[in-house]
Write a new protein. Structure first.
Length: 141
């Protein structure tokens, strides 16, 4: 009985150790759906992070021909009523990029945030080594 309990404990420790190992993942993909209505793009503000791949799904609710053009990323998609077109791009630098349709006055913005960079630890002096800089009354000198 003791050997079974020891085996179960050892097995559970081994399984838990595998859970905390460092993992690497493929490049993250963000999927964004955009609907072009008679009032404009919905949503007209999209956010993503630098280094992500973004896949756009575009459709329209109006009978007129519409499109989706993303500035500086070579994405051009036609938007037809009842059909969904898709395209993707890699966001390799941060910034604010306009998406629009030249045949209409509709526009929106894709904001790409810079990835968080862990800063190196700064060397700090010990606070007690230096004399404190504060005012004392004359009686305590």
């Amino acid at each position: 009985m003791k050997s079974i309990i020891i085996f179960v404990l050892m097995f559970s420790v081994t399984v838990q150790a595998d859970v905390f190992k460092e993992k690497s993942f493929k490049r993250p993909t963000r999927e964004v759906s955009i609907i072009i209505t008679e009032d404009g793009f919905y949503p007209n503000k999209v956010m993503a992070f630098q280094g992500e791949k973004v896949r756009f799904f575009v459709t329209s609710t109006v009978d007129d021909s519409q499109c989706f053009l993303l500035q500086k990323h070579e994405v051009f998609l036609s938007a037809e009523k009842g059909k969904v077109n898709e395209g993707e791009t890699l966001l390799d630098h941060a910034g604010r990029f306009k998406f629009y349709c030249p045949s209409s006055k509709f526009e929106g913005y894709l904001t790409v945030f810079e990835k968080f960079k862990a800063e190196a630890k700064q060397k700090r002096d010990i606070a007690s080594d230096s004399k404190p800089n504060y005012w004392l009354p004359r009686d305590y000198d």
